[in-house]
Design a protein around this ligand. Structure first.
Ligand code: NAD
Length: 355
C-alpha cells in the first residue's frame, strides 16, 4: 500500500539516503521537510527531485505553525524524524542551537504529530491505527565503553557525554514519554557512526579524504585510539525504512555495522585506498598529524545489533572495506558536490576546541 512519509532532515547526510531509498525502492510518497542549515544540501536529493512522488518543503521543525500546516496539507502515515544538529565539535562551540533543534524541535514535532493523530482517530480509525512516529537517534546517548568487548544493547542506561549526545538523549526521552503518556505510536532507532556518499566534510572520513587530496595535514585527535562502529549510510537507510514499515510500535532498535575500528585505523585505510585510487608521489600516511584531543571525547562505541537482525532480518550488506572503497570512489567522482560545500561556509577549520 502506498503511504505518505514525512521525512525531516531529508537534505542531510542520512536523511537524503532515506529519501533516495524510499523513492528508488518503494512506491511511497515522500515529503522532505528541511530548514537547509549549513548541513542541508538539495544537491544530495537531486536524483529524485523530479519524481512525482517527491515534494520538498523548506521549514524549521521548531516552527509550530509551519509543522501544523505541513501535517494538515500532506496527511502523513509515517514520520521519520532525522532533522538535527549533528556534529559533536559544533555542539562544544555552541550548545544552544543543539538544544533548540534537537530538544525543542522534537517537542514541537511530537506535539503537532499528537494533535494530528488525535484528530485522525476521530475521522479515520484505520489511518490513525497505522500512524507511526519514527525517531532517529544515535548510539552516543549511551556514553562510552571500556575496551573490554562489551556492547550497547537496547537496555543500556543512558549516559551522554557531549552537548550533542545529551540533546539527542533528551529527545529520545521525550519520544518515550509521548508514547507512554499519550499513546502516540512511536519507534526509536539508535545507530552507530555512518559513512558514505554525500557526507558533509566536517566529519572524520570525508574530512580526511578531502584533506589528503589537497595535500593538507590529516588531523588525528589525541592518540587516534578512539574506537567507533562504522555503518555504510545506505545500509542504515534500508534499516530505517524497514523499521518504519515493519517495526513494532513502542520498540527500540539498535543499528550497527559490526565494524569496530580505531580512528587511526580508519585514516590508515583511507590513505592506502587513496594511494591505490589517486596515486601520489608521497604516501598520504605521511600527512598524518596528531592534534589536541576533543574535550570529553568518548573512547569506545560498539553496538549489539542482534535484536533488529533477529526480529526484522536486517543485516548490513557492506563490509567496512567495501563501503570505504565505494565512499572514496564517490568523493573522487563527485568533486562538484564537495567543492560547492567547501566554497560555502565551511573551510575545514578545526572546531570544538575549548580556549
Ligand atoms: P546532518 O547534519 O547531515 O543533517 C541534518 C539535516 O537536518 C540537515 O539537512 C539540516 O538542514 C536539517 N536541519 C537541521 N536543523 C533543522 C531544523 N531546525 N528544522 C529542519 N531541518 C533542520 O545529519 P545526519 O548525519 O544526516 O544525521 C541525521 C540524524 O541521524 C540525526 O538526528 C542524527 O542525530 C542521527 N544519527 C547520525 C549518525 C551519523 O553518523 N551521522 C549516526 C546515528 C544517528
Amino acid at each position: 500500500m502506498t503511504k505518505t512519509f514525512l521525512v525531516t532532515g531529508g537534505a542531510g547526510f542520512i536523511g537524503s539516503a532515506v529519501v533516495r531509498e524510499l523513492i528508488a525502492n518503494t512506491s511511497h510518497r515522500v515529503i522532505n521537510v528541511d530548514k537547509l542549515t549549513y548541513a542541508g544540501n538539495l544537491a544530495s536529493v537531486a536524483s529524485v527531485a523530479y519524481d512525482a512522488r517527491y515534494t520538498f518543503e523548506r521549514a524549521d521543525i521548531c516552527d509550530d505553525d509551519a509543522m501544523a500546516r505541513i501535517f494538515e496539507q500532506y496527511q502523513p502515515d509515517v514520520v521519520m524524524h532525522l532533522a538535527a544538529e549533528s556534529h559533536v565539535d559544533r555542539s562544544i562551540d555552541g550548545p544552544r542551537e543543539f538544544i533548540q533543534t534537537n530538544v525543542v524541535g522534537t517537542l514541537t514535532l511530537l506535539e503537532v504529530a499528537r494533535a494530528y493523530w488525535e484528530r485522525t482517530k476521530q475521522s479515520e480509525e484505520d489511518k490513525a491505527r497505522g500512524f507511526r512516529f519514527h525517531h532517529i537517534s544515535t548510539d552516543e546517548v549511551y556514553g562510552d565503553l571500556d575496551d573490554d568487548g562489551s556492547l550497547f544493547t537496547e537496555q543500556t542506561p543512558y549516559a551522554p557525554s557531549s552537548p550533542y549526545s545529551a540533546s539527542k538523549a533528551g529527545s529520545d526521552h521525550l519520544v518515550r514519554a509521548w508514547l507512554r503518556t499519550y499513546g502516540l505510536p512511536c519507534i526509536i532507532t539508535n545507530c552507530s557512526n555512518n559513512y558514505g556518499p554525500y557526507h558533509f566534510p566536517e566529519k572524520l572520513i570525508p574530512l580526511m579524504i578531502l584533506k589528503a587530496l589537497q595535500g593538507s595535514p590529516l588531523p588525528v585527535y589525541g592518540d587516534g585510539g578512539q574506537v567507533r562502529d562504522w555503518l555504510y549510510v545506505e545500509d542504515h537507510a534500508r534499516a530505517l525504512v524497514q523499521v518504519a514499515t515493519e517495526g513494532v510500535v513502542g520498540d527500540t532498535y539498535n543499528i550497527g555495522g559490526h565494524n569496530e575500528k580505531t580512528n587511526l585505523e580508519v585514516v590508515h585505510m583511507l590513505c592506502d585506498l587513496l594511494m591505490e585510487m589517486a596515486p601520489s608521489t608521497h604516501h598520504y600516511r605521511d600527512l598524518i598529524t596528531y592534534v589536541n584531543d576533543r574535550p570529553g571525547h568518548d573512547r569506545r562505541y560498539a553496538i549489539d545489533a542482534s535484536y533488529i537482525q533477529r526480529t526484522l532480518g536486517w543485516e548490513p550488506r557492506e563490509t567496512f572495506e567495501s563501503g570505504l572503497r565505494k565512499t572514496v570512489s564517490w568523493y573522487l567522482a563527485n568533486e562538484r558536490w564537495w567543492k560547492a560545500v567547501q566554497d560555502g561556509s565551511y573551510r575545514a577549520e578545526r572546531l570544538g576546541v575549548l580556549t
